[in-house]
Ligand binder design. Structure first.
Ligand SMILES: [Zn+2]
Length: 480
């Protein structure tokens, strides 16, 4: 079967395909294809790609979501920023090169948005995430955390398909052990389970501490959403079996990943070229995804989907147990703990640590108001958004482009003249007037649409805008 898919992919210059299946209850690898097209005569054909370190793309994002939930850094649907940002020279982009302003964390994971993931990793901490991945059994992240930085969540590090699939499988095992009691008896490392004939594959995986089952449940739920308009219309694929799955595409379209879990199985697929060349259109969803579902459809059906974590499963756990789940009042718009100004709230099961998370900062005087830059990108996707009805002096104005700290190179026309760059700002009030100052020198005025074309000289600059009320925003940037 992988042979047939491999033939299809070869027509599109995708030479190599690796896949493996893990039985989640035992942690055993039950099928392993190091390279589906190993017989073909060409470079890389004999490489066991399932055990080869490859750029991870987005395939590690679920671990960050689960960990941030578990620690109460976010709740399941906390709004994460999706705006242009420059973090020490690192300016992440989404796959579709768009910004959405603010996106609920679960949706950001399901749609695999890069910018919210980078914001989340910054909040969670690169060093802590790096340690978590190592603990989860990824042996390839041997450099220190600073080497990868925030790109760790976007494929800045390498991983092996067999280890990553085993880490996904371990999440399921943890979940089932806490929610049903099954799985615990056959946890990884159980004697007699080692399968030495499988190259490079460990049996099960090292158990990464104890996961909060509520955090894992939301992770599986988010990954169940087949909502990836940026990559492929999944409604075109027939008989898609229910799975919690994630795709990954590395920089330059060199690696396409898909890893999926059901209560019984974890399936990992990698496609690409072992020799390394990129293939336009090679994405996890388009090339690895169909193989993942082919394999899932061959496996015996699960009896049930993941059991709902309910609330009783940790009833006997001590109050400070991090596995505890609690019910909390959550603001439906921000996804954060409901504050006194939130007009509505809903009761949501969250990991216990979530009680310490931040309350909704966006509801004030009955209005739901995002900071200006978030608002600017959010509004076009949310026609129901009203914003501030009264003048709101706090953070009334923000820059949209460029992000502070950016280095710009100004485009030149054919005759050598510098074209300049359009700077953009946003104000809460639609009729606000802004006065613009470049390095303390007045350069222009805007109303309604706050954009101004400037061609500053090479060097460091500060751009400031001021409104009628004296609210200001500033950015520093460099022109090369
Ligand atoms: Zn609120």
């Amino acid at each position: 079967m992988t042979g047939r898919r491999s033939d299809d992919l070869a027509k599109e210059d995708v030479a190599d395909l690796a896949a493996l299946v893990i039985d989640n209850v035992s942690g055993e690898v039950i099928a392993y294809v190091g390279n589906a097209s190993a017989g073909r005569e060409r470079p890389g054909a004999q490489v066991d790609i399932a055990a080869a370190p490859r750029s991870t793309g987005s395939i590690l994002k679920p671990f960050l979501y689960a960990a941030a939930l578990e620690e109460g850094i976010i709740l399941p649907r906390t709004l994460l920023p999706d705006i242009p940002v420059n973090l020490g020279g690192f300016a992440p982009q989404n796959f579709d090169r768009q910004f959405y302003g603010a996106v609920p964390a679960a949706e950001a994971l399901a749609r695999s948005l890069n910018v919210p993931a980078v914001f989340l990793l910054r909040q969670y901490g690169v060093a802590k995430f790096h340690a978590l991945l190592q603990e989860a059994g990824l042996t390839t992240l041997t450099a220190d955390a600073g080497h990868y930085g925030l790109s760790l969540i976007l494929g800045g590090g390498e991983g092996r398909l067999n280890e990553i699939t085993a880490a996904y499988s371990a999440l399921v095992r943890h979940y089932l052990a806490t929610t049903t009691g099954s799985g615990a008896k056959t946890a990884p490392g159980a004697p007699g389970k080692a399968k030495k004939d499988v190259p490079g594959a460990k049996t099960g995986s090292p158990a990464p501490g104890s996961w909060n089952p509520v955090a894992l449940w939301y992770t599986f739920e988010a990954l169940k959403e087949v909502n990836r308009p940026d990559e492929l219309d999944w409604r075109l694929i027939r008989s898609v079996r229910k799975a919690a799955w994630k795709t990954g595409t590395s920089y330059g379209f060199r690696d396409a990943w898909a890893v999926g879990v059901t209560p019984d199985w974890a399936v990992g697929v990698w496609t690409g070229n072992a020799a390394g060349q990129g293939v336009p259109g090679l994405t996890g969803a388009r090339t690895a995804g169909p193989v993942l579902f082919d394999i899932l459809n061959l496996l015996p059906a699960d009896e049930n989907w993941f059991p709902d974590p309910g609330g009783s499963f940790v009833a006997d756990a001590p109050q400070d147990d991090k596995r505890q789940g609690v019910w909390a009042q959550v603001c439906p718009l921000s996804g954060m703990l409901a504050g006194p100004d939130c007009p509505e709230s809903e009761t949501v099961l969250i990991p216990a640590a979530g009680l310490e998370s931040e309350a909704c900062p966006y509801h004030r005087d009955g209005d739901f108001v995002l900071p200006p830059a978030m608002e600017w990108f959010y509004k076009p996707h949310h026609p129901e958004y009203i914003g501030a009805r009264k003048s709101n002096s706090e953070r009334a104005v923000e820059f949209i482009y460029p992000a502070s700290g950016t280095t710009l190179s100004l485009p030149r026309q054919l005759d050598g003249t510098v074209e300049g760059v359009v700077f953009r700002a946003a104000h809460h009030r639609p009729d606000a007037t802004l006065w613009w100052h470049l390095d303390q020198t007045y350069v222009g005025e805007t109303r309604f649409l706050h954009q101004l074309r400037l061609a500053p000289d090479p060097g460091l600059h500060t751009l400031t805008v001021v409104d009628q009320q004296g609210n200001t925003a500033s950015i520093g940037f460099e022109v090369k």
